[in-house]
Structures are given as structure tokens and as C-alpha cells.
Write a protein that binds this ligand. Structure first.
Ligand code: GBH
Length: 458
């Protein structure tokens, strides 16, 4: 029997650009994703989130669905450009009204809102005029935006996530160029990341001082895939540790210890910006909880420069900086994204976090499975997804039993949605979207969640 604690938080997650649509409705300004999607061949089938799943107009129906499926918490993000069309200065009251209504609707249905301030859709004006995350000005601009959110929504929102997956913003947006703003560099990711961390910390400082009376929690969500040493050789064990530090330690070390991992400083030299003493103080202990998005696992081996090549797409960052070769096991089942299903990797990662960062409260703010679901006789029997969730939640359950402070879990995602560079071709939802009618159809996995939430396990 698998039983979760009574106070375990069961939620599901989405993000603004992936579901809202209404890309230019009621005063919303464009974001870098609106713009990125207009560049030919950046997105599969040249799709975009202009309409997405039209959550903007269907939010009431969507909250009702959440409620009917038993979720007690819902993680969504605010589109910065919807409430501040130019990223700073002018406020768009109609945008504020939308989120205000959504929050009220959730609370009316006893669903606790978990709000992400930044899930990648930077107002385009900030990219054009300020070079996005590359210039230090963004830190104060983000603080101004955060302040607006605390002022307008903080009376009702008590759980805040500043930034979703700064690793993705830095590496995919500024390193590999596959996500907006589409830049390719081996220096810019480190610069962008530096400002993302500072922006997070400054927003938290503001919340902890000027908005203390709101009595909420605030933190950051990082993503990390587990890296298992390819062999027992010390060089491979070190390589896996190094890969984790370049992936998660890059962000979590500053947030828990005040500075970047030593191995990054040693290897990157001047390409890694430095925090001043004052900044270190600001950043240290700037997260009330450890937000984690986790999907998959890879083996990590030392790259001894004998010509071995990584056998998988993706390199977990800038591989030359790490001397790590990643690979997958032939026996691991793969998702539609070729991410391997390795539940014990989730356990190992939780354990690693717990040890390195002194047993913080951890929330898995995303975990989920991609496949090409088929609607048959009005039903979607996504047994593979259901199995993925069952196995990963079992790993979570074991972690809790072993004393790891895992406090909650958010399934990614409530709906099939606009999957960034993959467009609508890949489905992550526990609810199916018929893109012709935009009808929401619960998959078997959603019905399973309802059952296990009620029973606190299975
Ligand atoms: C999340 O990012 C996002 O927050 C969410 O918006 C998105 O829809 C969801 O995942 C599904 O994609 O072969 O090196 O690319 C996930 C971040 C980073 C997780 C890369 C998996 C795969 C290894 N991902 N990682 S790689």
C-alpha cells in the first residue's frame, strides 16, 4: 500500500503562454514567445500560442474541471506582458482583472493558487530595448513587476514562485537558441543566469520586507534531470556530480549557500560573473522551499577526449564546459520526447537535494509524461502516462518514508498544450484537448488522480 501524508499537497500545473491564447486581447503586449513563433521553422509546423487552448476565455470551465478531478492546488503563471504590456510602467487593468477573476474562481472552489511570476514569456519591449536577461537593469524591472503582482494579488495568493527553470531560460534561450530569444553563445547563458538569480532574490527581498504582512511563501523552481554515474570509476562518479552542479547547483548553490559551485568557478573563469558580498547576502536563503521540476535521467561519464560522443540529444548545458558524456540505457522506456522513464532517478535526485541543501521542504512543481495520445470512442486511455505517474509517485513516497521533506507534487500538465518548440505535436496533459473544438476530455490518468487524491494513495 502506498499512503501519502494527510497534509501532502496534490496539484497540477500549467503556464500562461502554453494555455491562455488571447495573445493580443484587451491590451496585452507581445512577449518574446509571440515574436519567436513568427520566425519560420523555429516551432514545429510553425505553430504558435495565439489561441493555444483558449484558457483565457474558458478559465471557469477549467477551474470546474480541476475541482471535479480533486486537485487541491493549481500552479499557473502570469503573463507579464498581459498586465504590463511594455514590461514596465503602464499597467493593463484588463489583464489584472483576468488573473484576479481566475484567483477568485479558484478560491471559491477551495483550490489553492500557486503563482509563477515568470514562465519564459518576457515582454518583447524588454528584449528590444533592454536586451532581455543580458543586462543588469532587468533585475529592477522584474522587481517592479513582482511588486505589482504582490500588490494586486497578494491578498489572496500565498504561494509564489518567482522564476520557472532559469536553466532552461539560460541554456535553451541563450546557449542553444532553441527557445526564445533564440540566441547561441557559450558566455551569454552564464550572464543571463546571473541576472535571473539576482532578479529572483530581489523580488523575494521585496516580498519579505514590504509584503511581510501578507504572510505567504515564496521560492524558485529549478529543473533537474538526474545524472547517474555511468560506471563505478571515480572519474565517472565525479563527472555525474559535476553535471549535477552545472545543472542544479548553478542555481541552488547561490540560493542556499550564497555563491556558485567551486567547480563552475574553476572551469569557467571569467565567463562566470561574480556576486558581490552584498549580493551574496541578498541571494543566500532566498527560497522558502525547494521547487523542483523533474522529468528524466541520464548516465554521465567523464569525457576523456578520446572521441567518445554522447548518444543522446541534449547535453545538459554547455558540454565542453563540463567534460561529461551523457547516455541512456537501452532498456529504459522512452517518452515521445525520448526522455527515459527512470523512477529511481527521481528518488536519487530527491536524496541528493536533501543531503546537499540540508533537508529543505521540497515541492515537485512539475513531473509528467509526453506521448501521442489518441482519442478513441470519446476516450483517451493513456495507460503509459498513468504508469509513469504511479512509478514516479512511488519513488516520491519512498523518499518521504526515508525522511526526505517532500511536501507536495504537481503533475505536468493539467491539459495538452503548446509545447514550446514542439508546438502542439507533443501531449503532456492529463486532460486531452481536441484542437478543432477545444473540448477538454479527461484521460484515464486524470480519473486515476482523482481516485488517489481522495484515498491519499493507492
Ligand atoms: C518544463 O521544462 C517546462 O517548465 C514546461 O513548460 C514544459 O511544457 C515541460 O517541461 C515539458 O517540456 O535532452 O537535454 O533536453 C522541462 C525542462 C529540460 C526537462 C531538458 C527535460 C531533457 C533533457 N526539460 N530535459 S535534454
Amino acid at each position: 500500500m502506498i499512503k501519502f501524508p494527510n497534509d501532502f499537497i496534490w496539484g497540477t500545473a500549467t503556464s500562461a503562454y502554453q494555455i491562455e491564447g488571447a495573445h493580443d486581447a484587451n491590451g496585452k503586449g507581445p512577449s518574446i514567445w509571440d515574436s519567436f513563433c513568427t520566425i519560420p521553422n523555429r516551432i514545429k509546423n510553425n505553430e504558435n500560442g495565439n489561441i493555444a487552448i483558449d484558457h483565457y476565455h474558458k478559465y471557469k470551465e477549467d477551474v470546474a474541471l480541476l475541482k471535479s478531478q480533486g486537485f487541491k492546488a493549481y500552479r499557473f503563471s502570469i503573463s507579464w506582458a498581459r498586465i504590463m504590456p511594455e514590461g514596465k510602467g503602464k499597467v493593463n487593468e484588463e489583464g489584472i482583472q483576468f488573473y484576479s477573476n481566475l484567483i477568485d474562481e479558484l478560491l471559491k472552489n477551495d483550490i489553492v493558487p500557486w503563482v509563477t511570476l515568470y514562465h519564459w514569456d518576457l515582454p518583447l519591449a524588454l528584449e528590444m530595448e533592454n536586451d532581455g536577461w543580458l543586462k543588469p537593469d532587468i533585475v529592477d524591472v522584474f522587481e517592479e513587476y513582482a511588486k505589482l503582482c504582490f500588490e494586486r494579488f497578494g491578498d489572496r495568493v500565498k504561494n509564489w514562485i518567482t522564476i520557472n527553470e532559469p536553466w532552461v531560460v539560460a541554456i535553451l534561450g541563450y546557449g542553444q537558441g532553441v527557445f526564445a530569444p533564440g540566441r547561441v553563445s557559450n558566455t551569454e547563458p552564464y550572464l543571463a543566469a546571473h541576472h535571473l538569480i539576482l532578479a529572483h532574490a530581489k523580488a523575494v527581498k521585496l516580498y519579505k520586507t514590504s509584503f511581510k504582512h501578507q504572510k505567504g511563501f515564496i521560492g524558485i523552481t529549478n529543473n533537474c534531470d538526474w545524472r547517474e554515474p555511468f560506471t563505478d570509476k571515480p572519474a565517472d562518479i565525479e563527472a555525474a556530480e559535476r553535471a549535477l552542479l552545472f545543472f542544479l547547483g548553478w542555481f541552488a548553490d547561490p540560493i542556499y549557500f550564497g555563491d556558485y559551485p567551486q567547480v563552475m568557478k574553476d572551469r569557467l573563469g571569467d565567463r562566470l560573473p561574480k556576486f558581490t558580498d552584498e549580493e551574496k547576502e541578498l541571494i543566500k536563503n532566498s527560497s522558502d522551499f525547494f521547487g523542483l521540476n523533474h522529468y528524466t535521467t541520464m548516465y554521465a561519464a567523464e569525457d576523456d577526449h578520446s572521441g567518445k560522443k554522447s548518444s543522446v540529444y541534449g547535453n545538459g548545458g554547455i558540454s565542453e564546459d563540463q567534460d561529461v558524456i551523457l547516455s541512456q540505457d537501452k532498456n529504459w522506456p522512452l517518452t515521445a520526447f525520448n526522455w527515459a522513464v527512470v523512477p529511481w532517478g527521481c528518488y536519487n535526485l530527491l536524496e541528493w537535494i536533501s543531503k546537499r541543501y540540508h533537508n529543505p521542504d521540497i515541492y515537485i512543481t512539475e513531473n509528467g509524461f509526453a506521448c501521442n495520445d489518441k482519442l478513441e470512442n470519446g476516450e483517451v486511455n493513456d495507460l503509459e502516462r498513468l504508469d509513469y505517474y504511479r512509478q514516479y509517485l512511488e519513488a516520491c513516497n519512498k523518499a518521504i518514508k526515508d525522511g526526505i521533506n517532500l511536501k507536495g507534487y504537481f503533475a505536468w500538465s493539467l491539459f495538452d498544450n503548446f509545447e514550446w518548440a514542439s508546438g502542439f505535436s507533443v501531449r503532456f496533459g492529463i486532460n486531452y484537448i481536441d484542437y478543432k473544438t477545444l473540448k477538454r476530455i479527461p484521460k484515464a490518468s486524470a480519473l486515476w488522480f482523482k481516485k488517489i487524491i481522495t484515498n491519499k494513495g493507492w
